[in-house]
Design a protein around this ligand. Structure first.
Ligand SMILES: NC(=O)c1ccc[n+]([C@@H]2O[C@H](COP(=O)([O-])OP(=O)(O)OC[C@H]3O[C@@H](n4cnc5c(N)ncnc54)[C@H](O)[C@@H]3O)[C@@H](O)[C@H]2O)c1
Length: 262
């Protein structure tokens, strides 16, 4: 009896934070991984080396996820060197600008929407087209995992760009779940709260600032990228075959207490 073929994962934003943790966790679970990075090739190389140390194959592919041609080239290279992607994780994203709408320029709005929303559209579309072109159906299950945020549901001042993009990504996730339900592709979101990554660099560098934020979290601490990676492994697994269109919140209870004090 021959071993089943290894699944192929493509993870965006995989040179940092949650994306890097998802890429490594999926490799530890047996996947070969395309590490899609934006500009830091050295950081991508660290993720690739960590994956290779698990015995799995890894390649680094560069793209701005908001650029259609670059996304196309990254998928072309992945298909050529690893194969058609089975598991797509969209982790690439920019943080909120901190600028109120009244002062936000159009370029900022577009930059965030391009990366955090259009990026997901472009990668999901290409992922589905590759499966169709290769004649892959439900016999080879597919998984799309979009990293949204609790801010897909809960808004905050100075984050209209981020909240709009993340709620758009959440709706894209649900729509795609309907469109692919008969094809063996599940499409789910992971909605993190406060996770200690470079996106929260101030919380990493400044213990007092971090404690102030962690005091708001019922669990009393920030989450780790590895905890998000474990959730991605679950959603990518056969055990999650009947989970689609879901948004799994991972926030230590933070989004449950937003109404306290009202
Ligand atoms: N850290 C948190 O507390 C938190 C909370 C909720 C949601 N998220 C989401 O998780 C995802 C990962 O964030 P993180 O915390 O790991 O932050 P991070 O800054 O460590 O990682 C973000 C990644 O996105 C990549 N990226 C940015 N613009 C890109 C572009 N145009 N094309 C390709 N890649 C691009 C960066 O290069 C980086 O690798 C993001 O979508 C973020 O919104 C993070």
């Amino acid at each position: 009896m021959t071993d089943p073929p290894h699944r192929i994962a493509l993870v965006t934003g995989a040179e940092s934070g949650i994306g890097a943790a998802c890429a490594l966790a999926l490799a530890q679970d047996g996947a070969d991984v395309a590490v899609l990075f934006h500009s830091d090739a050295q950081a991508a190389g660290i993720t690739v080396a960590a994956i290779e140390a698990t015995g799995r194959r890894a390649i680094a592919v560069q793209a701005d996820v908001g650029d259609e041609a670059q996304v196309g080239m990254a998928f072309d290279e992945t298909k050529r060197r690893l194969g058609v992607v089975d598991i797509l994780v969209n982790s690439a994203g920019l943080n909120q600008s901190g600028v109120k709408v009244i002062d936000m320029d159009l370029a900022q709005w577009r930059r965030l929407l391009d990366t955090d929303l259009t990026g997901g559209f472009l990668t999901c579309r290409r992922y589905l087209r590759d499966r169709r072109e290769a004649g892959i159906g439900p016999e080879r299950p597919g998984r799309i995992i979009n990293i949204t945020s609790i801010h897909a549901h809960d808004v905050r001042t100075g984050a209209a760009d981020y909240c709009a993009a993340k709620s758009g990504l959440a709706r894209l996730t649900e729509t795609l779940a309907l469109e692919t339900a008969l094809e063996g592709v599940t499409v789910n979101a992971i909605a993190p709260g406060m996770i200690l990554t470079p996106m929260n660099s101030r919380a990493i560098a400044d213990p007092l600032y971090r404690k102030g934020l962690e005091d708001n979290v019922p669990a009393g601490r920030a989450g780790t990228p590895q905890e998000v990676g474990a959730m991605a492994v679950y959603l990518a697994s056969d055990a999650a075959a009947y989970v689609t269109g879901a948004s799994l919140v991972i926030d230590g209870g933070l989004s449950l207490v937003l109404a306290l004090g009202a």
